[in-house]
Design a protein around this ligand. Structure first.
Ligand code: HEC
Length: 206
């Protein structure tokens, strides 16, 4: 037995594993680089913007208050604010909730929510200060929020995207049992069904 430490040669299995890992790493790095390059050099947004707004004078004031009153430390609206936490994204909320609902929620969170709330409500909840803000301010912020609308197909919209989705069609064709095709209609093909879905979403306060 020799005393000098010889490097153990790698076993074939180890080499294969390292090679796979190496290829994967190089691929991921290159793909990320390409994606970032395209994202920065493209004049089209990567994702279609599916929310929109048109502010009244009071809505504009509300958007200002929304910032000043620090709502953005927990919420997101108009692309500014945080993504953390529940109920965070308020873009498009005006298509799910009415002005009255939002206004009542801000003044009377738990009663309006119909469930235990996390941050809005009486002290010591973290957003307890919201319900004791002046009524005019809450009114303006509720106006602002009710003017944030979602277009069809947005995550906040009860109505699915327009047109064909190859992905959805493939999934349906592969996994849906044949009798479903007789039983259910694609609501995108049926204006009446779309209207009913809208009404139902409204009734459920979605
Ligand atoms: C400390 C974090 C926090 C702050 C600050 C905060 N919110 Fe919220 N907000 C929440 C959470 C969490 C919810 C979900 C309900 C709950 O559990 O309280 C929510 C829910 C809401 C909802 C209802 C959303 C829905 O559709 O269910 C509205 C509207 C709202 N907040 C508006 C505001 C406004 C306006 C302000 C600023 C004046 C504000 N929030 C400040 C955390 C916060």
């Amino acid at each position: 037995m020799s005393s000098d430490k010889k490097k153990q040669p790698m076993k074939t299995g180890e080499k294969v594993l390292f090679a796979i890992f190496g290829v994967f790493l190089v691929f991921a790095t290159v793909a990320f680089g390409i994606m970032e390059y395209i994202r920065q050099h493209s004049d089209k947004p990567m994702f279609t913007q599916l929310t929109h707004y048109e502010f009244s004078a009071e809505g504009k004031k509300g958007s200002e208050l929304f910032r000043v009153r620090d709502c953005r430390s927990c919420h997101r609206a108009l692309g500014a604010g945080t993504n953390m936490g529940q109920g965070a994204d308020l873009d498009g909320i005006g298509s799910r909730r009415s002005f009255e609902w939002i206004y009542n929620f801000l003044r009377n969170p738990e009663k309006t929510y119909g469930a235990r709330t996390i941050d809005h409500g009486a002290p010591p909840k973290e957003a307890a200060y919201v319900m004791s803000l002046p009524k005019e301010e809450l009114h303006a912020m509720a106006t602002f929020l009710s003017e944030l609308k979602a277009d069809q197909g947005a995550a906040t919209s009860p109505i699915p995207p327009k047109g064909e989705s190859k992905f959805i069609d493939t999934m349906v064709n592969t996994f849906a049992p044949p009798e479903w095709k007789k039983k259910y209609k694609d609501i995108r093909d049926d204006p009446e069904a779309l209207k009913r879905a809208r009404e139902q979403a409204e009734r459920q306060g979605l």
